[in-house]
Design a protein around this ligand. Structure first.
Ligand SMILES: Nc1ncnc2c1ncn2[C@@H]1O[C@H](COP(=O)(O)OP(=O)(O)OP(=O)(O)O)[C@@H](O)[C@H]1O
Length: 872
């Protein structure tokens, strides 16, 4: 957090009666004891908001009160702070701290919780308070603060010249990975893929430990880091090679980093070590059960850059950034939060290896073929809670009794799942055939210890069953005995005194008492001691009653403490099994994703694509998985695609299509020029091809009748044109930058989808660039490309280059309307419908006629192909 929001611009009040808004301006010795302690803690965490427990509230004071009241729209008030007078104050009820903290963390603040750690009624002097939790956007564990369907990543970057290291972890699930690279653009892209909640950056900034909220800039932040994330500025020391390496060796109890795959990746090591140090600092009490660090390389996966992810609307729509309408939305039929998170990860990191893809396909196939297996498995999976995160909370000491019960409940379903998949053959189902030893016992142990519906709080008793701990039973018996004695007291005393309306009650100030109406006061026995006089009633105690009361209260506290200790021991036992449970949860997640994809394949009529070596992309009757869902059944017009099956270097000798080829093109081209009127379906077709390829590479079945697909190394898209106001770049410059990126990085194994190039400039400039780009892609790079355009002149390319073909989206022209058939067919559109659209829109006849004359004139002089041939 920058000084600007931990220390808002509160000019000190000129009026001395105004409450004080800045703790740095006061004479400490004049603060009352509690505020002195508050300031002491605050100084340790100047960049976080400090929530300080006072009675039933968490209160914030001074500048934090101003920020919290502004951000949470709470009343800003003041409180007496000692000799200094009144200080600014805002508070939230203690039981609602999680809700309010979530809002603050979402807004990019770090929050420190300073709680009471002793019973206020027993405290001698100031109640003892300690920092019990530090929450930053990237270090959340609480269920209410996390989205179940996505990971919450904490990342760390180290940049050295052109080289960089990146580590990331999700402490709620235990993932911990690291990588390094040599092009800062790749770092940006990887961060955009991860969408981390917080990024740690080592700097030599003076305000170390400050947290920059999204959009805030700092001169200490390297240029290549996208401004849309929260950045924590950290000291360089823990990110130094020596410290970072030592920390990793110690954490994973290894002698060398060879086994983790990063011994020789200095920057990856530095990033990972720096990240660990941050966790140690912020999670003091809680030792986070992280999985062993894994090293990965960006090129291990299909590369989809940020623009393409956006254009293909993989996790959110372009128009309004919503999840509904995205590919993930259309594909997510998972039954568990782990599955849902895994599907998102798979979609953002599709595979490159056919073997891995086929393993997933085989599993889907088995689940498609076996309806009852699929349905029963889905049914069981629905009963599995988020064991990945529950385990994280158990291991880090934040789980409550309900969490452990949920975990036990899920673990006890594992044998049923194992039984169900006992005779399956595919890899991801076989992984569930064996329940690791100890899991059933663990589940049983939790169930034996914890009552059926335990309270939310773990320090207030009522968690542990009777019969599991002798000492606990003994103490319970004492309390119960005394409680029984008190319960009987009313009856006994009524008989003894003859006062029929005598009653035994309890209140917070006096504890247990005997109440007698004032009219009967003369019948009170001599051992009664009067404690309180009300209008109609006198209240008494007796020495014996007080003795019992004292016993009950201490025994109850002891009891609660003992229950808490038994619970913590149980939780620690679960924590020691974290790795095993995490492995199970990974297997469950993968099976869940595949089960959902199988369900989808059946209900949406998807086919299993045949994954082939080479560059072929053949899709027969493909559909757009999201658009088809938004149209009434049967309305979506399927279209076929055939690209790249020709071997490179074959020259112009054209391979004829097979007789039942869906598209009777003379050959299967590398580049297709796609023309057609506005709104005929060009963009939809383009995206459909990209999405089918991507789906195939996560191992999913695809929306098509049949498909034969070679693996792509990258998918590029250039779609539409939007001014990038943030960077002040014009539409045309954005378009050119994106195009340059494609031409510089695409290979013959890439899939390139271009929707309009060159429209943001003068027609001839635009057309010339579009022509040259298409030519370069087809001739030099030979990527598989679909190029949608309104420049019909590009159709001439097909007559010059053997690996270029023309497709068009057809329409039917009636005298007063154009009917969109949404059908993609070979051949270039022989006319532009722009003038026709103008006519239908009601432009005056003379204008239309004139437009046709001008058009004829332009066409006469623009035989590009002919002209270029003459040039050569
Ligand atoms: N194959 C199809 N079957 C049914 N409807 C379709 C199909 N393709 C597209 N559509 C519908 O047509 C609409 C327009 O499609 P799209 O945006 O792809 O057109 P376009 O040719 O790219 O237009 P423009 O040139 O203006 O960008 C889509 O919103 C969709 O509802």
């Amino acid at each position: 957090m920058t000084a600007s929001h931990s220390t808002p611009q509160t000019t000190e009040p000129s009026n001395p009666n105004e409450p004080i808004g800045d703790y740095r301006m006061v004479d400490r010795s004049k603060l009352s004891k509690m505020y002195q302690h508050y300031v002491e803690v605050k100084e340790k965490y100047p960049h976080a908001l400090l929530l300080y427990r006072v009675g039933d509230f968490f209160e914030t004071f001074f500048q934090d009160a101003v920020v919290v009241s502004r951000e949470l729209e709470l009343v800003l008030t003041s409180k007496h702070g000692g000799e200094v007078g009144r200080v600014r104050m805002t508070g939230v009820p203690h039981h609602a701290w999680e809700r309010y903290t979530t809002l603050l963390v979402e807004k990019g603040y770090a929050v420190v919780i300073c709680d009471q750690v002793e019973d206020a009624s027993e405290a001698v002097g100031l109640v003892r308070r300690e920092v019990t939790r530090i929450l930053t956007p990237g270090t959340l564990l609480e269920e209410g603060m996390l989205q179940s369907s996505r990971n919450n990543y904490l990342a760390a970057v180290v940049i050295a010249g052109d080289y960089w290291g990146l580590a990331y972890a999700d402490i709620s699930t235990g993932e911990f990975l690291t990588t390094q690279g040599s092009n800062s653009e790749h770092l940006t892209q990887e961060l955009m893929r991860l969408q981390p909640a917080e990024v740690l950056v080592p700097t030599n900034a003076p305000d170390l430990r400050s947290l920059l909220r999204p959009g805030e800039r700092s001169e200490h932040l390297p240029e290549c880091l996208p401004p849309s994330f929260c950045y924590s500025l950290r000291s360089q020391i823990p990110f130094s090679q020596g410290e970072a390496r030592a920390r990793l060796l110690q954490k994973f109890k290894v002698r060398s980093l060879e086994g983790l795959g990063c011994e020789h990746l200095a920057l990856a090591v530095r990033a990972a070590g720096g990240l660990l140090e941050y966790l140690e600092e912020t999670q003091k009490e809680n030792s986070i059960p992280l999985q062993t660090l894994r090293t990965y390389t960006l090129t291990d996966f299909l590369i989809i850059d940020h623009q393409t992810r956006r254009n293909l609307e993989i996790t959110q729509t372009v128009r309004d950034g919503t999840f509904i309408g995205s590919l993930l939305w259309a594909l997510d039929k998972t039954s568990t939060p782990m599955g849902s998170r895994a599907l998102r990860r798979w979609l953002l990191q599709p595979l490159l290896e056919i073997k891995g893809i086929r393993a997933r396909q085989d599993t889907i196939q088995e689940l498609v073929d076996n309806n009852s297996l699929r349905q029963d498995l889905r049914q069981l999976l629905r009963q599995i809670y988020d064991i990945e995160r529950l385990t994280g909370r158990a291991g880090s000491g934040t789980a409550n009794a309900r969490d452990l019960l949920a975990l036990a409940d899920s673990l006890s379903r594992l044998p049923q799942i194992a039984n169900l998949v006992a005779s399956t053959r595919s890899p991801f189902l076989k992984a569930l055939q064996k329940v690791p030893p100890g899991m059933e016992e663990l589940a049983q142990n939790i169930r034996i210890h914890i009552v059926e519906s335990p309270p939310l709080h773990i320090k207030e008793g009522g968690l542990i069953r009777s019969g599991v701990d002798a000492l606990l039973d003994e103490r319970r018996a004492i309390v119960e005995d005394d409680q029984k004695w008190i319960a009987n007291l009313e009856v006994d005393e009524r008989a003894r005194t003859g006062v029929s309306n005598l009653k035994v009650g309890f209140n917070k100030t006096f504890g247990y008492y005997i109440g007698i109406s004032r009219t009967k006061a003369d019948q009170v026995p001599s051992n009664y001691i009067r404690k309180q006089t009300l209008v109609n009633e006198e209240r008494y105690i007796t020495p014996e009653l007080k003795e019992r009361e004292a016993r009950i209260l201490t025994a109850r506290d002891d009891l609660n403490q003992l229950e808490y200790e038994i619970f913590v021991a149980l939780r620690e036992e679960v924590g020691t099994q974290a790795e095993v449970i995490r492995n199970i949860s990974r297997a469950i997640a993968a099976a869940d994703v595949l089960c959902g994809l199988a369900e989808l394949a059946i209900y949406q009529g998807y086919c299993r694509p045949s994954m082939v070596e080479g560059r072929e992309i053949t899709i027969i009757d493909g559909r757009h998985p999201v658009v088809e869902k938004s149209l009434p059944s049967g309305f979506f017009v399927p279209n076929s695609t055939q690209l790249g099956s020709r071997e490179l270097g074959v020259g112009s000798s054209e391979k004829e299509n097979s007789p039942d080829s869906p598209l009777p093109t003379p050959h299967s081209p590398d580049l297709v020029i796609l023309t057609g009127p506005n709104a005929s379906g060009k963009s939809c077709y383009l995206r459909q091809v990209g999405l089918i390829q991507l789906m195939a590479q996560i191992g999913s079945f695809v929306p098509a009748r049949e498909a034969q697909l070679g693996v792509c190394d990258r998918i590029f898209t250039r779609v539409g044109a939007v001014d990038d106001l943030a960077t002040g770049q014009s539409t045309f410059m954005v378009e050119m930058n994106e195009t340059a990126n494609i031409l510089n990085h695409a290979t013959s194994k890439s899939l390139v989808l271009l929707d309009e190039i060159g429209r943001g400039t003068a027609t001839f400039d635009g057309l010339s660039i579009a022509w040259a780009v298409a030519e370069y892609l087809a001739e030099e790079i030979r990527s598989r490309t679909i190029f949608a355009t309104h420049y019909h002149e590009l159709n001439e390319l097909a007559s010059l280059l053997p690996n270029v073909a023309n497709y068009q989206v057809t329409v039917k022209e009636l005298p007063d309307q154009i009917i969109f058939l949404h059908q993609v067919q070979p051949g270039g559109a022989d006319k532009s419908y722009g003038i026709e659209a103008g006519r239908l829109a009601g432009l005056p006849k003379v204008v239309i006629q004139r437009a046709r004359q001008v058009m004829g004139q332009i066409e006469k002089h623009s035989k590009i192909a002919l002209g270029l041939q003459n040039l050569e």
